[in-house]
Design a protein around this ligand. Structure first.
Ligand code: HEC
Ligand code: HEC
Length: 328
């Protein structure tokens, strides 16, 4: 037990260490003030400075003859492979994406998607190796991403600042993804989803999938980052109402631990950490007691996760918002 707690603290230290390394997120986590400096203008000029600077795009992409990177798609007009610069190319890609998905993509939607979820469309001849630019170490925020998009669009495309600032449904969804990741201190929700499926889905329902040992997480972003991160690091710190742990001891000595899912005059139903539901006859119970301060959620979950995985799960959970609550 002590050992498990020690490990959680070690993990926590690593988490804090990472926050310090990536800078301003500590103030985010503690709800501190926003940094005024370094705010980028949402314009092609602002985007240009991100592209060749903080965004690190230049380490993988060249733009026509500018830059020296060769291993990723050239974003300018270049050779036989790239007959159009990215602003113009985006319109072609949008047609491809519309045909593939059955949804209507604009050129702006394509550019947003290429940054928000690079694996949605892989440029022919390349691998899924594009960085998640809103996750550490690059950690662009939404304004910086909008600026980069306007820069890309200015490369031979029809500049549409209105569409960049207020895109349609496809773009809005991706913006929400980026905002959630930023709110969580940066993270890759795509990897977060995989980690969530590996470690959490046996006990939680999300979008109708999973098992209901613990609370439904479909709307969990409403509870805020601090609450979510504490729920994972210290499950027992605050037990969610209705999910208290009970210990039932039968007259023959058998012991059962679980969350109470129903109770009648004669029966109690518990769901165990394994997801197994059991019905106990009250007449056969010696006692049933509330185990105050204990959660059925394991305290050592973080042992299976790297700090990055944990951060990615946070980013993924910060995205979970039900449409009824006004998905923009
Ligand atoms: C680690 C390398 C890497 C970094 C950093 C990187 N990219 Fe990429 N990018 C790729 C690779 C690889 C592809 C091709 C695979 C794909 O389509 O996902 C790609 C694809 C793209 C595409 C789609 C191109 C097309 O022809 O449709 C765009 C747009 C793009 N990147 C923009 C950016 C921007 C803007 C940045 C900086 C904010 C950036 N990338 C940072 C590797 C990178
Ligand atoms: C063995 C079952 C189990 C596993 C595995 C599990 N949880 Fe839980 N979780 C629970 C239970 C039971 C509760 C309610 C009791 C409590 O508050 O601790 C809970 C509560 C939570 C809450 C608070 C929800 C709310 O609305 O108050 C969050 C957030 C959460 N879990 C996230 C996770 C994440 C993320 C993972 C995977 C890394 C995970 N859980 C894995 C059982 C589990």
């Amino acid at each position: 037990m002590n050992n498990a707690i020690g490990k959680v603290f070690l993990f926590l230290l690593l988490v804090l260490g990472t926050f310090l390394l990536i800078g301003n997120t500590v103030t985010n986590l503690t709800g501190g003030e926003k940094k005024a400096s370094g705010k980028v203008e949402i314009s092609p000029e602002g985007g240009e400075s991100i592209f060749w600077g903080k965004g690190r795009c230049f380490t993988c992409h060249s733009l026509g003859d500018e830059g020296s990177a060769v291993r990723c798609p050239n974003l300018g007009q270049f050779g036989e492979k790239f007959l159009m610069p990215i602003g113009e190319r985006a319109s072609e890609r949008a047609i491809e994406r519309s045909e593939k998905t059955g949804k209507h993509y604009t050129a702006t939607d394509y550019l947003i998607e290429s940054l928000a979820k690079p694996d949605a469309y892989i440029v022919d001849g390349y691998k899924n190796e594009m960085a998640i630019v809103y996750a550490p170490p690059i950690s662009l925020n939404l304004d910086e991403i909008k600026a980069v998009i306007s820069y890309l669009q200015s490369q031979g495309g029809d500049m549409d600042m209105d569409a960049i600032n207020n895109p349609g449904e496809i773009g809005q969804k991706y913006y929400a993804r980026i905002e959630a990741a930023t709110a969580a201190g940066g993270g890759d929700p795509g990897n977060g989803e995989e980690m969530y499926i590996d470690n959490c889905i046996d006990c939680h329902i999300l979008k109708g999938e999973g098992d209901e040992v613990g609370p439904d997480l479909s709307n969990i972003s409403q509870k805020g980052l601090k609450f979510i991160s504490e729920s994972i690091l210290f499950p027992a710190k605050k037990i969610t109402e209705g999910y208290e742990t009970y210990i039932a001891i039968e007259k023959d000595g058998r012991k059962h631990v679980g969350v109470k899912t129903s109770e009648t005059a004669t029966e109690v139903e518990l769901i165990k950490a394994t997801g197994e539901a059991i019905t106990l006859l009250k007449g056969e119970l010696k006692e049933i007691t509330l185990d105050k301060g204990a959660s059925l959620m394991p305290v050592d979950l973080t042992e299976a996760l790297t700090v990055k995985d944990y951060q990615d799960i946070l980013a993924y959970l910060m995205m979970q918002k039900q449409a009824a609550d006004g998905e923009r």
